[in-house]
Design a protein around this ligand. Sequence first.
Ligand code: ADP
Length: 502
Amino acid sequence: MDLSAIRHLVTEQTAAFLAAGEHRLLIDNEWVPALSGATFETINPATEEVAGRVAFAGPADVDRAVQSARRALDDGPWGRMTPAQRQNLMLRLADLVDANAQTLAELESIDNGKSVALAKAVDMTLVAEFFRYMAGWATKIEGSTIDASVPFIPGAKFMTYTRREPVGVVAAVVPWNFPLLVASWKLGPALAAGCTVVLKPAEQTPLTALYLGRLILEAGFPPGVVNIVTGDGPSTGAPLVAHPGINKVSFTGSTEVGKRIGHASIDNMTRFTLELGGKSPVIVLDDCDPATAAQGAANAIFFNQGQVCCAGSRLYIHKKQFDRVVGDVAKIADGMRLGPGLDPQAQINPLVSREQMQRVCDYIQIGLEQGATAVAGGGRGEGTGYYVKPTVLVDVSNDHRVAREEIFGPVLVAMPYDDLDEVARQANDTPYGLGASIWSNDLTRVHRLIPKLQAGSVWVNSHAMLDASVPFGGYKQSGIGRDMGRAALDAYLETKAVWIAL
Ligand code: ADP
């Protein structure tokens, strides 16, 4: 790519990585081109220019990667390593992520559009801490001893215990909104459990996964433990998840693709974890300070340009405070500065792609046509780059498409409500169930509301808080299974029951 415009803004490592001709696949610890020789371009959303040329893996490359992962599991040194050795490799990788955090954040920004400062402070910090958290589990995988009764053989005695074993070769299919962070949510528990992995980054944002591949080699992981295949959904992702050599699929992305992956997985009885879309409500109770609620609501939707699966995209405000809170959110939105992720002053960065920008603008238009009023934003930002102005829509009801469908952009719909039961009903009136937040200091009402909400996470006086130790995932059509926490590790382990007749 032409680096002249940004060379002074990025580290030498970032510039050198971007200057490389073609970014190759990582298979068996070797950087290889696709067997077909095919490549694709990844675009910088701030400049609309090519950020890199990347190998385009097809089914034959996927097959090579799966075979390499299988060999690493069955015959390689990885399968013979002690849990402490796996832990130490993961800790080394976490240290390398920290040491390269600036470069990783710059590459994430150039590929995805997001702010370098936030990518470093949020994404890369969480990646390193996530690997550390999961590294700790490697030495704490335990089965149990069971005193079995066996009533149909009088006098029989058995020694019975369970072993937790790695589920096998894992296909990790990840999206473009938090490219490296979501990859780490899959790699962390898989490696802690002793699995091997074929990672497929999103076609819009392959760069940080490939840079992580370098760090995986530097950390000293044996060949085949982590393979990285870049490409799109139909040619790369679909043959990967349908490959009979895959034992588990871990997917984060849209509900539509998640369902397809679930169906493909069942055909081979492949285990799967799906973290899918959302339309998460932000519920402001009438005791909440309006300014606090407005800032909280703005952060809940505009962080990462709204490209967050648990973004607070529906704002429910008690009717007494509706005008005041909406007015404040609109003021915050209008005051946000649009600019590239490399500009530390910019508060709203470009969306990931032209296609995504168009999709979000189309949704705004659909909202306006169905009767909504834009009290802030309302369309595309001016100039080069895939910008959408932070937008707040009112005069919306729960049956409008903008209130029902996941927009995945900086678009908020705000609706008034009367009482607690009504707002719980409205909040749950959606196929999704990923997150919800409640803004109030009235403990009694907050605790009455929490059990009523159909959501995998409920945040009180905050939104979209994440930590390696806390399970994250969806109710209803927002997914199956959990990322993070102990629950995530379990999904990468099989249970073997052992019976010894005494
Ligand atoms: P988005 O709609 O936000 O682009 P997707 O759910 O389409 O999100 O994509 C998330 C990830 O799933 C990407 O890595 C994409 O390439 C991959 N993907 C898309 N379609 C399929 C499929 N049929 N099988 C496997 N992976 C797919």
